[in-house]
Each structure stands twice: as C-alpha cells, then as structure tokens.
Design a protein around this ligand. Structure first.
Ligand code: HPA
Length: 272
C-alpha cells in the first residue's frame, strides 16, 4: 500500500460527493443499525471502491455510507475487514487512512466482544480505556513513508480522553449502563478455550475480540482522536463456560445494538 493509493481512493470518493465528512464510524459485527438513523447521501459497496480489499463472504455486504446524523456529516463503515478473513494489516486499516485523507476529525468504533470481567453481562456496553494487541502482526510493519506519520507511534493514550468523557456523559444522560475496560485483540476466528480465557484475563484484559486494535493503531499514527465500544456478546467464565456459536453472538449484538445506536447518536450530537 502506498500513499498514492490512499490519495487516489480519497479522490474517487470526493468525486462521488464525499466532500466534508466530520466523524468516521466503524460498525462491528451485528452492529449496523446506526445506518437507519442517517440521512444517507451515498452508500457505496466496498467492492466498488478502488483500493479497498477484494471482498470475502463477510465483507461482501459491507458498505461505505456517507450522510447526515444530527447535523453532522458522518462517514460510516457498515462492516469492517478482519485479519482472520485473510487480509493483511495494511488492507484492514486502509479505510482509516482514507478517512484521514478525507478530513475526518474523530473516529468512533464498535465491536462484538467476549466478556471476561465477571461484572460484564451479555448485551452490556463497555468503553475501551486501553488495549492489548495479541494479533501477531502490525499495520505499521514494513512501510515507512513519513506521509503516514510517525514510525514509532506513541500509544500511551490510544483512546481519546475527551471523546471518552463525551461518551460517558451521553450514557449518563440516556441512563445507559456503560462499563469501562481493557480489550485484548486476537486473530480468531475460533473462540477461545477455557485455558485461553484464563490466560487473557490474567494478563489484565476485560474483554476479547478479533478487531479494532489495528484500526486504533493507525488512527493514532495519523492523529485522529478515537474511541471504541464493545458490546458483550458472550460471558467467558473459564469455570462455567457454555458453548457459543456465531449465530448466538450476532443475535446478542443485534439486540444490544439499539442501545449502542442511541449512545453513538447522543455522543455525536453532544460533539457539535
Ligand atoms: N472471543 C473472541 N472474539 C469474540 C468473542 C469471544 O469470546 N465474542 C465475540 N467476539
């Protein structure tokens, strides 16, 4: 991936009419209903966007959505690219770099995650305060074009405190319970064994998922303040672990999506 490819992709999207996006949003698995709150001006399938990775089954339904949400121009990814689909880290984070090029000022992300902190129940929302990267790869590997930003990106505060405070305030206003926690990213696509949950919990993580961290690393490199929320889709107590499947996970995510949708909408209106 080169800076030119990013510029070309951004130029294509600008020509389509994506001229002034203010907030970027990445919606995780089962968490797409925010789109219904947007006055959609453009909805482009990922497959039609030059430079976006070739679709796999999961990403096939993905759309880039541009429109207005509460007076704010948002650029939304309905569906993201995952490492377990076979993409490399540069491909997964390409859209974040394009968003930067298009001028977004803030980034909100969501994901479905397994809850390892025993206080977290299915359907709860958790604000990420920090993360642990357990994926064996990095989006900053290999390239060193100064146009992308620093090579050795500072990660002392990967999630923007002001943005997090705005989300906490919005949750309070809406009487939505919002936990805070540390997210650990794994490759997947299998879920974890009991021994793995025990291990991940012992290293200090509260929830586990298969995404978000690569995007957050790149957002930090390019200087976009970001925040992320996990929807707890399964309770990962190693001493009382029940089998889960992806259908259950998606069903829980879809149910909790109503809350997430309200929370993001309120947060965005409080940002103006
Ligand atoms: N582990 C990893 N990823 C997940 C999980 C899990 O338990 N639940 C949802 N995404």
């Amino acid at each position: 991936m080169t800076y030119n490819e990013i510029k070309e992709c951004a130029a294509f999207l600008q020509l389509k009419g994506i001229t002034k996006p203010s907030i970027g949003i990445v919606l995780g698995t089962g968490l797409g209903s925010l789109v219904s709150k947007v006055d959609v001006e453009l909805s482009i399938p990922y497959g039609d966007i030059p430079g976006f990775p070739e679709s796999t089954v999961e990403s096939h339904k993905g759309h880039l959505i541009y429109g207005q949400l509460n007076q704010v121009k948002v650029l939304m990814m309905q569906g993201r690219f995952h490492y377990y689909e076979g993409y490399n880290m540069q491909q997964i984070t390409f859209p974040i770099r394009v968003m930067k090029e298009l001028g977004i000022k803030k980034l909100l992300l969501s994901n479905a995650a397994g809850g390892m902190n025993p206080k977290f129940k299915k359907g709860d929302l958790v604000l990420l305060t920090d993360h642990i990267n357990m994926q064996p790869d990095n989006p900053l590997k290999g390239m060193n074009d100064p146009a992308f930003g620093n090579r050795f990106v500072d990660m002392s505060c990967p999630y923007n405190i002001e943005l997090n405070n705005t989300i906490i305030a919005a949750a309070n206003e809406l009487y939505i319970q919002l936990h805070q926690g540390i997210y650990v990213s794994v490759v997947g696509p299998n879920l974890e064994t009991r021994a793995e949950y025990r291990y991940l919990r012992s290293m200090g993580a509260d929830m586990v998922g298969m995404s978000t961290v690569p995007e957050v690393i790149v957002a930090n490199q390019v200087g976009i303040p970001c925040a992320a929320i996990s929807v707890i889709t399964d309770e990962c107590d190693p001493d009382n672990l029940h089998p889960v499947n992806i259908e259950d996970i998606i069903a829980v995510a879809e149910k909790a999506d109503v809350k997430l949708c309200e929370l993001f909408t309120k947060t965005i209106s409080n940002l103006i």
